[in-house]
Ligand binder design. Sequence first.
Ligand SMILES: [Zn+2]
Length: 345
Amino acid sequence: MKAGLVYDSIYLEHDTGDHVENPRRLMATMSHLEETGTKEKLTMLSPRPASMEEIEMVHTPDYISYVKTKAEKGGGWLDPDTVMCPRSYEAALYAVGGLLAAVEAVMKGEADSAFALVRPPGHHAIHNRAMGFCIFNNVAIAAKFVLSEFNLSRVLIVDFDVHHGNGTQDAFYADPKVLYFSTHEYPFYPGTGRMDETGTGEGEGTTVNFPMAAGWGDEEYLRAFNEVLVPVAQRFQPQLILVSAGFDPHWVDHLAMMQVSITGFAQMAMILKKLAAELCQGHLVFTMEGGYNLRVLASSVKATLDVLLGNSEIDDPLGKASMERKPGGFDEHIAEIKRTHRIGG
Ligand SMILES: [Zn+2]
């Protein structure tokens, strides 16, 4: 299996100081991929800067020039969580373009699947505003790009970051061509992602939110994937699967309260890989969103890449969360989501 990896040191130039979303996230991940011999098995892909036309598929020209000007003036805060430096605009163009390069490689058959190890992340960014460490919405632009550039009519975006991808949901809320499926801690930042947010107009039914109670973990995530994602994806028949991969639902990650393990992330990647093989010739592209514990992040990206490479052995140096009392109610919760989306009998 040929698995592509997009990486470039430009992503380290988005210098956010001692912010949790900082260059060390990618440095630790790349070192781990090198030390474990994973990198040499990957097909390295070079990013390019996204064009204005590409960014404008999701963002307003005013917002794009605001970010550019802010970088030229030395950077600063875009919202209470999102900071930029003079190089952040350029890095953000390459983050979008890195994911576009990954998508192009997979669509042209140069790689079977790919992972874009980029930053800044994207899934909170909306058409005219930065939010939650995100400047441009990488995954939303990639979906628009592949729809137009490769003449597709159905793209699935799966977002397992612990935070709801409000920006991605927004971009496609009325669009039947993009099915957005998200698991996320709820209630939590950014406040969106209730199960009754299902899309509007022609896009009714193509937003599938699976809110998670704080404390749920592998078992609940895997059931959400197997019992909700798989049937809605089979019904939708995507031609490409994009994944907003955030490793912040891990039990060690302190930004949230979920209990997913590295093995859990690998099992989710296996489900996605199997779905892509069944539905869209294996076309599967991951992009990095959150994940703030460096050890978790490095090992989780490696585990995901091991799945893409077809390695059956998964390293999980941190293991499962120690057993604590888990909130109940999952059976009723998943049943309600299935009813909402008319899944099963
Ligand atoms: Zn997140």
